[in-house]
Design a protein around this ligand. Structure first.
Ligand code: ZN
Length: 301
């Protein structure tokens, strides 16, 4: 039986899972055998799929009381922005799976999906706790600096999936993430503040989304014939956000790509054929674009 340690503040569920394997003396097993022995489906540990069934299976083992699962997912995975994706009458606590395969969740996105850590956080933790741990907030989409130390996060290609290591194992090898463009600098406080806000106020997404709809004059609903209006709006959004920003977030906006989806139409029209949940980046980029216009955002940033 695996022993799970208590989670540290902002610790990612998978980080505690790795520590649990060490504490339970199961590091000598092969990774396949380790999963088998603990009745878990073998899988790769991804940093940004908080609604993936594989991660859920680990969480259920770690947190036997199902009423605590929502809180653990909210505080210990990069889940908070996903509350943007809840549509219609879905309550935050009902949001437990994305309805798509976890690789589909990540495919259209160009954000860095490797595991990231802050050298200062890792060194401090190693000194105080004897181990360092993976922070869930450092894995937020587009996060490239530590919000505590304002230092660049570090990563490495080997960290696309975690091989049961902790940040201090990578201190000598990982490289700092570069900041490219003004949008990335602006994105840092934005993504952390929005995520922190949702953690303490799970209805914030609902309010900010209705402000977007009001700001864009879409309160009366959207008709299929509104498409030209959306094309004009999206042209404005593209110009104001800059190509770099959209290309940095979505693969479809890479310079060589011809077909560029209208993100506003996809997210706001109700006519797109998305299977399962839409990734929160769709809403986030719209809110990022309008962040100086929306009262709920001005209060934050
Ligand atoms: Zn730090």
């Amino acid at each position: 039986m695996m022993r799970f340690p208590a989670l540290y503040p902002d610790e990612h569920v998978y980080s505690a899972f790795i520590r649990a394997r060490c504490l339970s003396g199961q590091m000598h097993l092969s990774t396949h055998r380790f999963f088998e022995l603990n009745n878990l489906k073998y899988h790769w540990l991804r940093s940004q799929v908080p609604l993936c069934a594989n991660l859920a299976s680990v969480m259920e083992m770690m947190v036997p009381d199902s009423t605590e699962l929502f809180g653990v997912r909210l505080m210990h995975t990069p889940f908070a922005p996903w509350l943007m994706s809840a549509e219609g009458g879905t309550l935050p606590k009902e949001l437990t799976h994305a309805g798509t395969r976890s690789n589909v969740e990540e495919t259209p996105l160009n954000v860095d999906k490797r595991w990231k850590f802050c050298v200062s956080c890792a060194q401090e933790e190693k000194r105080k706790l004897g181990v360092s741990y993976w922070h869930s907030s450092h894995q937020l989409p587009g996060a490239r600096v530590c919000s505590t130390h304002q230092m660049p996060l570090h990563s490495l290609d080997e960290l696309r999936y975690l091989d049961f290591t902790l940040p201090h194992h990578w201190l000598d090898k990982a490289l700092p993430l570069a900041m490219v463009g003004d949008w990335q600098r602006a994105w840092q406080p934005f993504i952390y503040t929005v995520s922190d806000r949702i953690k303490v106020d799970i209805d914030w997404p609902k309010r900010v989304k209705s402000e977007v709809i009001k700001y864009l004059n879409l309160e009366m609903g959207v008709k299929r014939s509104d498409r030209p209006k959306f094309d004009t709006l999206f042209e404005t959004m593209t110009q104001e956000l800059e190509q770099d920003c959209l290309a940095g977030l979505f693969t479809a906006f890479a310079p060589h790509r011809q077909r560029r989806p209208n993100l506003l139409w996809l997210t706001l029209s109700g006519y797109s054929l998305a299977k399962g949940l839409r990734h929160p980046l769709y809403w986030l980029v719209i809110i990022f674009w309008l962040r100086n216009e929306l009262p709920e955002c001005r209060k934050l940033i």
